[in-house]
Design a protein around this ligand. Structure first.
Ligand SMILES: [Zn+2]
Length: 104
């Protein structure tokens, strides 16, 4: 279940990256900056379940930039480490928060 959702997400991001190379570059650079300043996500415990983390997810949205599908922040502390299953949860929570922010 999670594996197919993760594969689906990865395919969607690849398609978006092809169509939006500049937005994708900003997003990738911001993540590289997080890894440079805070280390690999795998060096941390998941913020939700304490399993070994697998990726950094933008969690605090105050300083967000970029389009919704490649949202990023220049502040490395706006990101939290998550394991793969919890990163999907984090993404859902972020989507809900954005809808609230945008009044949808
Ligand atoms: Zn987790």
């Amino acid at each position: 279940m999670n594996d197919s959702r993760l594969a689906e997400r990865s395919a969607r991001l690849s398609r978006l990256a092809e169509r939006n190379p500049n937005a994708h570059a900003d997003y990738v650079n911001a993540l590289a900056r997080v890894r440079y300043l805070r280390g690999e996500a795998s060096e941390h415990a998941c913020a939700l379940c304490a399993a070994p983390a697998a990726e950094w997810e933008l969690t605090f949205l105050d300083q967000r930039e970029g389009p919704q599908f490649f949202l990023y922040s220049d502040d490395a502390h706006d990101y939290m480490p998550y394991c793969a299953p919890c990163s999907l949860e984090a993404e859902q929570v972020r989507r809900k928060a954005l809808r609230r922010i945008w009044g949808e």
